[in-house]
Design a protein around this ligand. Structure first.
Ligand SMILES: [Zn+2]
Length: 444
């Protein structure tokens, strides 16, 4: 039973197992996809009343769902790449207010102060979202209680371990949290907030270097309430990750609050998307999310996405995904293949949130909205299979780190009659001054 669809985080992925085999899977997946479901999953639950994280407003300038380049979620998916994102999640644009509570337990009293715990994540998380969204998401964190909020029961009594479902441990914990927050002085008012971050004292549970417990319960209409506000979108952060951008575990968990699925696989056999997306790898050097996720969240305007549907050849010039020019340039080409799948094309280089790109170029990925979170909904196409990659950072999937295509390279999907080329250009690097690349799509 799992009504709350917890995205379960796997621990750090130690090996880049099967990265090359997964390239083959791209073609296989592309060839094998034959969506049969006529319906769209609607996991958001009832829309009545004010609910934490509910977005009753239509998006003004993002994908609205439907259409060749906004494929719907596959039937039965809990959390998919499809559009539109179900209404129970928090909107990805505009002002979003994040209530943050630092909690501890009788058997795990808080170490350091609540403010210090908060400072592990803020303002970095806010800045990460600001850069990733080109300023479209105004993420406002708050720590109304400046001290640890003590839970009434020992941590071990909740039975929380990696992969724990909402029932019964997290439901009990949220009930206790709501009571403690109401009894605090000042009492916590949940009403002004869109989501809740629960920062657990790092000494509760195992160190993050052993097991990652952090988890998010999002779009959950059955959650307990706090002061009349259902706790529908809550991220729990445990332990303490390592490295200079360890705050990203919270950006990742909040990604689920906005409706993004996990890109790493539950099977634990490495990532299909490598270090190209925060929802794939949130450890190691800083990274961004892929263009598809920016489209899904409303961070790319319609004019920044080119949808290539008809037969013939078409050339587009792509601005680097991270270039901070809010209105400037086309950031993604999407080549739909069937009702639920297609190729996303984007340009990535070391800039902004992407701290470790070692081979800039045109990144090509297969997006399948019929694949659920944790099942591998996005697969990066490796332009240099079996190369071993160009990154030697720990916690980076090395093989896929040099996946981007460079001028003169091309990808062919013969079954669907699609060829995606990065034409050679004048100049030694084959790209213009702004770091943009031309992309030529030929469809049968
Ligand atoms: Zn996750």
């Amino acid at each position: 039973m799992d009504p709350s669809r917890p995205p379960i985080r796997t621990p750090r992925r130690g090996s880049a197992l099967a990265a090359t085999a997964l390239l083959a899977a791209v073609a296989v997946t592309a060839a094998g996809s034959s969506p049969t479901d006529p319906a769209t999953a609607a996991p958001g639950g009832p829309a009545a009343g004010r609910r934490l994280g509910t977005d009753p407003r239509p998006r003004a300038d993002g994908p609205s769902g439907g259409g060749a380049c906004a494929p719907a979620p596959g039937a039965g998916t809990q959390m998919s790449e499809g559009l539109p994102t179900a209404p129970g999640y928090v909107r990805g644009t505009g002002t979003v207010r994040a209530l943050t509570l630092a909690i501890d337990f009788p058997d795990a009293p808080g170490r350091g102060t609540a403010r210090q715990r908060y400072a592990e994540f803020f303002p970095r998380v806010r800045q990460w979202f600001e850069a990733a969204s080109y300023g479209r998401l105004d993420y406002r964190p708050a720590l109304p209680l400046k001290r640890w909020l003590r839970m009434p029961r020992p941590f071990r009594s909740y039975g929380i371990e990696r992969g724990s479902t909402f029932e019964p441990g997290y439901r009990r914990l949220l009930r206790d949290l709501a009571r403690a927050a109401a009894a605090a002085r000042p009492a916590v008012d949940f009403r002004p907030y869109d989501l809740v971050n629960v920062l657990v004292t790092p000494n509760a549970g195992p160190p993050a270097t052993d097991t990652v417990l952090s988890v998010t319960f999002s779009g959950n209409p059955d959650a307990p309430s706090a002061g009349g506000v259902p706790l529908a979108n809550v991220s729990f952060i445990y332990g303490r990750q390592t490295g200079p951008s360890a705050f990203r575990v919270l950006s990742h968990e909040n990604g689920h609050v906005f409706g993004l699925p996990d890109l790493y696989t539950d099977a634990g056999g490495g990532s299909l998307a490598g270090h190209w997306d925060l929802m794939s790898e949130d450890w190691g050097p800083g990274n961004d999310v892929m263009a598809w996720h920016k489209w899904k969240l409303g961070w790319l305007a319609r004019r920044q996405v080119r949808c290539v549907t008809g037969p013939g050849a078409r050339t587009e010039r792509l601005t680097p995904l991270n270039a901070h020019a809010p209105s400037g340039g086309v950031r993604m080409v999407f080549v739909p293949v069937n009702r639920h799948s297609g190729y996303a094309v984007e340009v990535r280089r070391r800039e902004g949130n992407d701290e470790s790109v070692c081979r800039p170029g045109v990144l090509l990925s297969w997006v399948d909205t019929s694949v659920d979170t944790g099942g591998g909904p996005v697969t990066v196409v490796d332009s240099t299979p079996h190369s071993g990659g160009c990154s030697r950072h720990p916690n980076v999937d090395a093989e896929l780190s040099d996946a981007a295509f460079t001028p003169g390279q091309a990808f062919t999907d013969r079954r669907h009659g699609i060829r995606i080329e990065v034409p050679a250009e004048g100049g030694s690097e084959g790209k213009n001054k702004g770091g943009s690349y031309r992309v030529r799509v030929v469809r049968r």
